[in-house]
Design a protein around this ligand. Structure first.
Ligand SMILES: Nc1ncnc2c1ncn2[C@@H]1O[C@H](COP(=O)(O)OP(=O)(O)OP(=O)(O)O)[C@@H](O)[C@H]1O
Length: 621
């Protein structure tokens, strides 16, 4: 966890609050209704205890003291009070239900809006952003950080209003009925507020530590489960178990601290509650008995019923006081979360469409790299010296004619994949230009550019869904016939038909049940269905594919390339022998280019690589 993940270090911030409230504005009516309902509910709270006290004073005490012995009349009065009591409870039930529903609904709607905003923002962000921000962290933004904002609204702002109101209602009622006893009942409240605040902030700190340790345990679990094959292959079980045990123990300690504070908190609150009741009982009884001045109790300053009601009100006052102590913590925790969410929302979109960018319409498929200098490092600018190590492409000049197939070859890290990423404008170049059909890719709408480019990635990404959904990318406009045609063309149709539900078979676990070769063929079919003008193929090092599948892939590739500008990165030279041109790259520069035969004749890097691979092939045979 980075310092920016610290959910508890941020103080209250008015600007952030205003921004969060901006999300509530569309639901203002809902918010006002929710708060009003909650206030009505609050106003009813002291009534049940009042009615109970009233029953004691008006129906029971007169009978017991002999002041009124008409038991039938007293029973009628008691029935009326009980009916009133039940009515109050029913109304309170209805109001609580409606206010909880309204406020919950408000919170959930705000959450949905923020989640949607973050999601659409993420979709617009440049790939470099994802290089720098791990997936886990981004998911936290959309899930727990967004939840913290809900807490801010419901547990923070709304709770602040309703709890304060409730406290005021109780206090007013108590002061009006007997101000002396009310003041006695209030003496413990400030202590309760301070104690609750202290414990809650302690618990928040331990909770934060829990979350941190839990995240570490999760990461370890994730790594070990996904890398189980490597763990078992290298006999790393014991070491991994020790490592896991270390984190597991740290989590235990963190959880034990939470439990420690929590188990202190509950009895502390309970003892304060009992203390205030004891005070109310003692001083209330003194008031009833005539304030220790030898009074007889008759005509005393307090009735038994009122004392009974006071005991209840004192206990009930505890809840809003505790809630109020929590409000501050809730607000503070949500501040850091909202700051991080707005951090994502405010990230500058580096790859944007120019205002008025016009689509090309028809693509011929010409691709030109004009003296391209490129680095992933955003610190590298156009004026950075040529000698800087951070440059990935160094003055690349590459011109590909419509329909031409070009293969990029070179040692790992030479910059081949970067070339293909630039054609799709996943990154912007620092110097020079990448052009498609003579137009700088920065002048084209991204959607239009990428619509014409088909990419077959090294690691074929399959979404959860059916095989057909994966092939069409859930575009309902693509007819089934086109899907079948493409699959037949690349030779994967028979295989799909052999599956239990054919094209409607669900792909599970990102296609873990499919072989590498099958996934490759599906990727070709997917690219073909989109009918791109330019094709970028980044081949898997097909070492673990059997010869027959390799031949199939090879055949599919040749077919898919037909009539399209194609840029291929292949680690197996046999895959690219038939390409129109082979471009050999080294450290971001082109070192040689020509056809397979020409390059062999030249006897340079390519010829050496070729000899090496054939020698390996022979040895393997
Ligand atoms: N997303 C990225 N962020 C930062 N640096 C990157 C990124 N992708 C690649 N690089 C760096 O750029 C250099 C060129 O990488 P590139 O993937 O283009 O090489 P390549 O020739 O395709 O290599 P390979 O054959 O191994 O796929 C490498 O040094 C790599 O570390």
């Amino acid at each position: 966890m980075t310092p920016s993940d610290d959910a508890f270090s941020k103080g209250f911030d008015l600007d952030l609050t205003k921004r969060i409230l901006g999300y509530v504005r569309p639901y203002l009516r809902l918010a006002v209704t929710g708060v009003l309902l909650a206030l009505f509910t609050a106003a009813l709270q002291p009534l049940p205890a009042f009615l109970q006290g009233y029953a004691i004073d008006q129906a029971l005490t007169p009978f017991l003291s002999g002041a009124n012995t008409d038991s039938a009349a007293l029973l009628r009065l008691l029935t009326l009070i009980v009916l009133g009591y039940i009515t109050v409870q029913i109304v309170e039930f209805g109001l609580t239900y409606l206010s909880t529903l309204t406020i919950g609904y408000l919170g959930q709607n705000v959450l949905r809006d923020i989640r949607a905003n973050v999601f659409t923002k993420l979709q617009r962000l440049h790939l470099a952003y994802f290089d720098q921000n791990p997936v886990g962290r981004l998911i936290t933004r959309v899930t727990s950080d967004v939840d913290a904002i809900n807490q801010f609204i419901t547990g923070g702002l709304i709770s602040m209003i309703t709890s304060t109101f409730l406290i005021l209602v109780y206090m007013t009622v108590m002061l009006t009925i007997n101000w002396k006893l009310a003041l006695i009942a209030f003496t413990v409240l400030p202590v309760l507020f301070v104690v609750t605040n202290f414990f809650r902030s302690k618990m928040r700190l331990t909770f934060r530590e829990n979350r941190l340790q839990q995240a570490i345990v999760n990461t370890k679990l994730n790594e070990n489960i996904t890398g189980m094959q490597t763990v078992q292959l290298f006999g790393r079980q014991r070491r991994s178990a020790l490592d896991f045990d270390h984190s597991n123990r740290a989590l235990l300690t963190a959880n034990s601290n939470s439990v420690k504070w929590f188990s202190l908190f509950m009895p502390a609150v309970a003892i304060l509650g009992q203390l205030s009741i004891a005070l109310v009982l003692y001083f209330g009884a003194r008031l009833i008995l005539g304030e220790g001045a030898g009074g007889t109790g008759a005509g005393a300053a307090l009735t038994v019923g009122t004392l009974y009601a006071f005991v209840q009100w004192t206990t009930q006052l505890f809840q809003p006081i505790q809630d109020l102590a929590d409000v501050f913590n809730n607000l503070q925790a949500a501040m850091a979360s909202s700051e991080r969410i707005f951090g994502v929302l405010d990230t500058r979109e580096e790859i944007t469409d120019k205002p008025g960018a016009q689509p090309l319409g028809h693509f011929r498929g010409q691709v030109d790299f004009d003296n391209v200098w490129f680095a992933y490092d955003s610190q590298v600018q156009a004026d950075t010296p040529d000698t800087d190590d951070r440059w990935i492409l160094r003055g690349l000049d590459l011109h590909i004619q419509p329909g031409e197939s070009v293969a990029l070859v070179g040692a790992t890290g030479a910059g081949k994949t970067s070339v293909t990423a630039l054609v799709s404008r996943f990154y912007d170049v620092q110097r020079g230009a990448v052009r498609v059909d003579g137009t700088d890719v920065r002048d084209l709408p991204q959607y239009d550019l990428r619509r014409h480019i088909g990419v077959v990635l090294q690691d074929v990404f399959l979404f959860a869904g059916t095989i057909e959904g994966n092939l069409t990318l859930n575009n309902p406009e693509i007819p089934h016939e086109r899907v079948v045609e493409a699959c037949k063309y690349v030779g994967v149709h028979e295989y799909i038909l052999g599956l239990e539900q054919g094209y409607q078979t669900e792909v599970r676990e990102r296609g873990a049940t499919l072989s590498t070769g099958q996934k490759q063929l599906l990727a070709f079919a997917r690219a073909l269905i989109q009918n791109p003008d330019i094709l970028l193929v980044l081949d898997e090092a097909t070492a673990n594919v059997d010869t027959e599948t390799e031949l199939r892939i090879q055949e599919a590739l040749t077919r898919v390339m037909q009539g399209r500008t194609s840029i291929i990165i292949a680690h197996r030279l046999s895959t690219i022998e038939h390409c129109d041109r082979i471009v050999v790259m080294r450290k971001g520069r082109i070192v040689e280019q020509g056809s397979h035969q020409e390059l062999l004749a030249k006897g340079g890097y390519y010829a050496r690589l070729n000899r090496l691979q054939y020698a390996q092939g022979d040895a393997a045979d």
